[in-house]
Design a protein around this ligand. Sequence first.
Ligand code: GBH
Length: 446
Amino acid sequence: APDPSPAARLPFPQDFGWGAATSAYQIEGAAKEDGRGESVWDTFSHAPGRIRNGDTGDVAADHYHRYAEDLDLMRDLGLRSYRFSISWPRIQPDGTGAANQRGLDFYRRLVDGLHERGISPMATLFHWDLPQALQNTGGWESRDVAQRFADYAAILFDALGDRVPVWLTINEPKTVVQNGYLTGHHAPGLRDPDAAYLVAHHLQLAHGLAVRALRETSSTGRIGPAFNLHPCYPADGSPAAAEAARLYDGYENRIYLDSALKGSYPEDVLADLGPDSRMVRGIRDGDLEIISAPVDLLAVQYYTPIYVTATGSTVRRWPTSEAEWQQIYPDGMYDILTRVTRDYGPIPLTVTENGLPTPDVLAADGTVEDTGRVTFLRDHLAAAHRAVTDGVPLESFHVWSLLDNFEWAEGYDQRWGLIYVDYATQRRVLKRSAHWYRQVIADNAL
Ligand code: GBH
């Protein structure tokens, strides 16, 4: 089909931050190098039966050694922003104490390499790889870990604060709560609802303490939280479904949004947890003030909607991707961006993750035809564009992910990248979607 005429295209704001995202444990490998300590994900992935095919992040996409090549690929794509995460156990092998210089050096090389290529670094402080030593003393169930996190963050602000313009504190606290402590599908693999929401509180506290730590430096860098938000819709028109969807939204979204941006936990969730819950008992005077330390931007990650029935169970309404939890619903992107602007704004927004897994194969002619990813991204970017047109202050968009990588409990089975990784050789191949994205960036339009 011929290209749509330029007039029919959807132009994005000037200087829009076209980006892609990754996280440390999912791409770096080099698990024992340069003094890196162990994280809960090393322990979890090496425990039998936890990860599909027994995969681990020991080697992953070997990005620790191949970062220069990966930086060149980012430049080839024309990326303007790259979101990565910093591995806490590379910086503090045991989670406390002096910084490991070799760990800091890696991220300094990475950040400098981004600047040399005209790409803006966006650093996530924590993308789930808690030092195992801190897990051994209680992990996120221990309030003390929030202060340890602020100390770790201060090391990074000191070392990199002059060259990282945007910091994100904690990637998806909800996923740590739900997968780490409710389903047990992620590290540390527990199933303990009472512990789970205390963990939520401590993650939020850690976020706020890190924001305060940045403000104590002279850095001009901006900082905010990174939440994966699920629009929760009633599955039918009954009042009971509407009420159930509202409570579901409290647990999925408002517990994080309200505490960080309004300084209070949602009353319906607190009532549902009850006064005897470990979380409610764990909230101390002054905590909400810390948690709601003013932030500079809000990072939104959108993958799927949730449809809630009158009994509080969930049903599917749209086709799913290879990830059975993901329903493909681009309008959810519009709904969530306009909703956070309405309820919590105006605040600058960045989309820090959006994407899907596809059954990619490297063909004999060297191409990877991931047309499903092109359609998905086009539809979700069109929905984001519609939100911008309606006044949402969206400044950047990051595809999850730059590279195929270790998809947590799914191991290497699910491929989420714009760039294919042939794990046997670590060769990188731009997929159809990468070529498409490069053109979108060059045009600054869909
Ligand atoms: C993001 O999580 C992560 O930030 C990123 O690291 C990850 O690679 C990416 O998405 C793709 O998944 O196993 O049935 O209990 C997105 C939110 C939360 C979605 C956990 C999958 C597991 C569902 N994820 N959830 S299940």
